[in-house]
Design a protein around this ligand. Structure first.
Ligand code: MF3
Ligand code: CO
Length: 236
């Protein structure tokens, strides 16, 4: 899993650096496919419940699961890039949100708060803590900034399968759920909206959008619980 995570980090670095005005989300997907092939990793999203691509590319009011295609990125957009790979049977899952060229102050703040909320979740992911301590820490890092946290999509256990037990909400009271133990592997993935937390699914049956058309950001890391700080597998 460590090696899967390392490769995925590398791939996401390449994808982020490729983001610029005029590139299409489909071109980013093709780049992801190439980078995976070079490293001998398989895409975990492609074919998952029929999902048709290597990455999810979610732009502006798209929260998650945007399907890459002909959409052209414009200066000022924000794009969430979510990717999963399998190396020797082990999974890693990670996402980032980046601006396209110069973005608004509000978009910057949204991205920063979302990134920081993931860090707060990672900080709470310690042996002896309860699962919902993570959820609570994430929520606490979001709502004081006036943003909302998506309820209908959650983080998850991960290992040989991309989605394993337990589900990990990005909100809720602390002190509930299983006690965290060294060796557990989880993917934390806060989704944060400028407006209300409610979502809708596009007619393509995949793309999840905000209900009010306001923008949304998403970050994700795969990590393992240790005796001390969690070990984040999807960054060096
Ligand atoms: N990171 C997303 C998740 O954990 C990726 C799933 S998208 C799909 O749910 F394409 F694979 F369905
Ligand atoms: Co995930």
């Amino acid at each position: 899993m460590r090696q899967a995570g390392r490769y995925l980090w590398e791939i996401l670095q390449v994808l982020q650096m490729a983001v610029r005005p005029e590139i299409t989300t489909g071109e980013l997907d093709a780049l992801a496919a190439e980078e995976m092939k070079q490293r001998g990793v398989e895409p975990s999203f492609l074919g998952y419940h029929g999902y048709p691509a290597h990455i999810c590319a979610s732009v502006n009011d798209e929260i998650v699961h945007g399907i890459p295609g002909k959409r052209v990125l414009k200066e000022g957009d924000i794009i969430g890039i979510d990717c999963g790979v399998i190396y020797r049977g082990w999974q890693a899952d990670s996402a980032v949100t980046v601006g396209v060229g110069v973005v608004s102050d509000e978009a910057k703040r949204l991205i920063e708060v979302t990134r920081a909320s993931l860090e707060a979740g990672i900080g709470a992911a310690r042996s002896g803590a309860r699962l919902s301590d993570i959820s609570h820490a994430i929520q606490q890092a979001i709502e004081p900034h006036g943003f909302s946290v998506v309820r209908e999509y959650v983080g998850h256990g991960i290992g040989r399968a991309m989605h394993e037990e337990p589900q990990i909400p990005n909100f809720g009271p602390p002190g509930r759920g299983p006690v965290l133990r060294p060796g557990m592997a989880i993917a934390l993935e806060p989704m944060v909206n400028v407006g209300e937390w409610k979502t809708r699914v596009a007619p393509d049956h995949w793309t999840v959008l905000t209900i009010d058309g306001k923008w949304s950001a998403h970050f994700e890391h795969t990590l393992t619980i240790t005796d001390g700080e969690a070990e984040v597998l999807t960054r060096p």
